[in-house]
Design a binder for this molecule. Structure first.
Ligand code: MRU
Length: 341
């Protein structure tokens, strides 16, 4: 098989056999610094404080966290599973990562436990990398040559174990001449769009322009956007899509302007046990993250704020969902079941 033509911009997650190295994404793009996690508790803390983030990546990190816990026996493995599952509530990949390791453990003898769970974690990571590559090719097939696209948050390498989901499609499509320019929404309050997506696109040599979130409507109206491409944190059985806060607004804007709205996510993001988007738990984070930027207050002392981290886009606003198992089009529960099973 020919090697995939694009590489990850940086080694952001590396399994060392007895520890997990991860790029601390809170410091990007100013500083490249790696954290070392030697047990599942440290992995859960890194997920909770968003040192690493992005639905598929926290699934992969949780799988390695379980491999670290397996060294301390079955009881510790079960405890680690509970701690990791609670680290963040919305992205279902995290739960899939834990469950896949518990399933591997259930088949292992005592002597074999560490080896079986470690192998399963490595396989879970490899499958994410391969899935990203399949989605990149499938997603690019939906675009016309020279398209101008808009994306939100960071659904790139930094959010997965491999090349990325939405940004993987964009980078591959650029490589084959289908994307000429990308508009990246900055994604308040954590600024994944400005700090992470812009960094990745620039590293990959993709022409990219940063806009603030409230510029999206104007850019769609005046800059000739051909498609909006985003990732997902959980897709319900009826194909409703939960993703970074602001995605729902972009989908409404895209519909108004007649622009196709594509979601790119692996099967590990699909949750067939959640019937529709209203049942997806939406993480609400500290209001401090809204009231301050890099520690500097941006509102009057005592101001109240809310910080919803995700929102749900109803499936009828989604043109197609690109998964690693095929394209779901139109985005409806029946089609999702056919493709993802
Ligand atoms: O809060 P985050 O940064 O973990 O949210 C990430 C997103 O919403 C991404 O768009 C999503 O996880 C898809 S990543 C391939």
């Amino acid at each position: 098989m020919k090697p995939f033509p694009l590489k990850d911009p940086i080694a952001h997650i590396t399994w060392k056999g007895d520890r997990l190295l991860m790029l601390d994404q809170r410091l990007l793009p100013r500083r490249i610094h790696y954290l070392t996690c030697r047990n599942a508790g440290a992995v859960a803390r890194a997920i909770r404080c968003m040192a690493l983030r992005g639905a598929p990546l926290i699934g992969v990190a949780a799988a390695y966290g379980m491999a670290l816990a397996a060294r301390c026996g079955r009881r510790e493995l079960a405890r680690a599973g509970r701690i990791l599952r609670r680290a963040r509530p919305t992205a279902v990949n995290l739960m899939h990562g834990v469950d896949a390791m518990l399933a591997a453990a259930a088949l292992a003898s005592e002597q074999d436990l560490v080896r079986r769970v470690t192998r399963a974690a490595e396989a879970f990571h490899r499958e994410d990398i391969a899935g990203n590559q399949r989605m990149a090719v499938l997603g690019a097939s939906l675009l016309r040559r020279g398209s101008r696209v808009m994306t939100h948050c960071n659904a790139g390498a930094l959010a997965t174990g491999g090349l990325g989901t939405a940004v993987g499609v964009i980078r591959y499509a650029h490589h084959v001449g289908k994307v000429s320019e990308v508009f990246s929404c900055e994604t308040r309050p954590y600024l994944q769009g400005s700090r992470l997506t812009m960094w990745e696109l620039m590293q990959g040599g993709v022409p990219a322009t940063l806009i603030t979130d409230n510029m999206a409507a104007h850019v769609m109206k005046t800059c000739g956007i051909d498609a909006v491409i985003v990732g997902a944190d959980r897709i319900a059985a009826n194909a409703d899509v939960c993703n970074k806060i602001g995605t729902y607004g972009l989908a409404i804007l895209a519909r108004h302007h007649g622009i196709p709205f594509f979601v790119v996510a692996p099967a590990t993001t699909v949750d067939m046990t959640t019937p529709d988007g209203s049942r997806i738990p939406i993480e609400e984070r500290s209001s401090d993250e809204v009231l301050r930027i890099f520690g500097h207050p941006i509102a009057p002392v005592g101001a109240r704020a809310r910080h919803f981290a995700f929102d749900v886009t109803p499936h009828d606003l989604v043109t197609a969902i690109v998964t690693d198992r095929g394209i779901v089009r139109p985005a409806q529960g029946r089609n999702l079941k056919k493709v993802v099973g």
